[in-house]
Design a protein around this ligand. Structure first.
Ligand SMILES: [Zn+2]
Length: 272
């Protein structure tokens, strides 16, 4: 899960400025609650990549995620695109997020997911910054080619990124279905809501048949069909609002068929 408010997505950044975030209705508490209910019904534990801007503003939802045994990981502080902010700004955003999350958790944060999957060939330095700050794994790489994100030749399975100085960091890329020379993004965000559900199920079954864990990614705001509509551009509204009423049933189906777990368990298993 990527935990953030419904108005913080990049599609709306020209309409909802960062300095206006505090003026918008917060729906994160009820949306996280809905997500936790679903996980509870299926006995599922997951990783909640939480935007520290939201954690900083309080709310019992953060403590509930922890109390129910899920993992809290970092989604950064201000939801900036990595290849736009650059290495130094990323390092300070990351350490700010870590301090806020760790002070609420009372324990270490070890995982990270970049806003809008923005670790690309233009921001590979992010792995070094993550390692320098003690992170054990990342889950930001989408192994597909898109204009704004993706590393099209990245492996479609967990792998270790080797840094220039020989250190390594675990990468758990988002999931893709191989169709000959094509890779179709599956089981994440708008793709989950927009593509037919059999594609997600068959992709995850194919991962499972090969003994490889698939990464499934959703935002709690995607389970909130009643969220207020923001007057963004046509494409932003299409990708943000289409299929919101399908998300919960889709996740319910996935959680009924497959076993899920937090990414920290994979990182721990590969360290063992
Ligand atoms: Zn995000």
């Amino acid at each position: 899960m990527d935990v953030e408010e419904h108005f913080q997505v990049h599609g709306f950044e020209n309409v909802v400025r960062r300095d206006e975030w505090g003026q918008h209705e917060s729906r994160i508490g009820r949306n996280v609650e809905r997500t936790l209910d679903l996980c509870r019904r299926h006995g599922v534990k997951g990783t909640f990549f939480t935007l520290a801007w939201c954690a900083e503003r309080g709310g019992t939802w953060f403590d509930e995620i922890l109390a129910e045994g899920h993992e809290i990981a970092s989604h950064g502080y201000a939801h900036e695109i990595l290849y736009k902010q650059g290495r130094e700004a990323f390092a300070s955003d990351l350490s700010r997020s870590r301090e806020i999350l760790e002070s609420r958790m009372g324990s270490r944060v070890t995982g990270y997911r970049a806003p809008s999957y923005s670790i690309t060939r233009n921001s590979l330095w992010a792995f070094e910054v993550l390692k320098d700050q003690g992170f054990e794994y990342d889950s930001s790489v989408f192994p597909i080619g898109r204009r704004k994100y993706g590393i099209p030749d990245a492996p479609c399975r967990p792998y270790d990124v080797r840094l220039a100085d020989g250190r390594t960091i675990h990468e758990y890329p988002l999931s893709a279905l191989n169709l000959g020379a094509w890779r179709l993004p599956v089981a994440a965000g708008a793709y989950l809501r927009l593509l037919p559900s059999f594609l997600h199920f068959s992709a995850i079954r194919s991962y499972e048949a090969r003994g490889i864990p698939a990464v499934v990614n959703v935002h709690p705001w995607e389970m909130d069909p009643g969220q207020p509509r923001i007057a963004g551009g046509f494409a932003a509204r299409f990708f943000h609002y289409t299929g919101l009423s399908r998300t919960e049933a889709l996740l319910d189906g996935l959680m009924s068929e497959f076993r899920f777990g937090p990414l920290r368990d994979l990182a721990a298993a590969s360290a063992a």
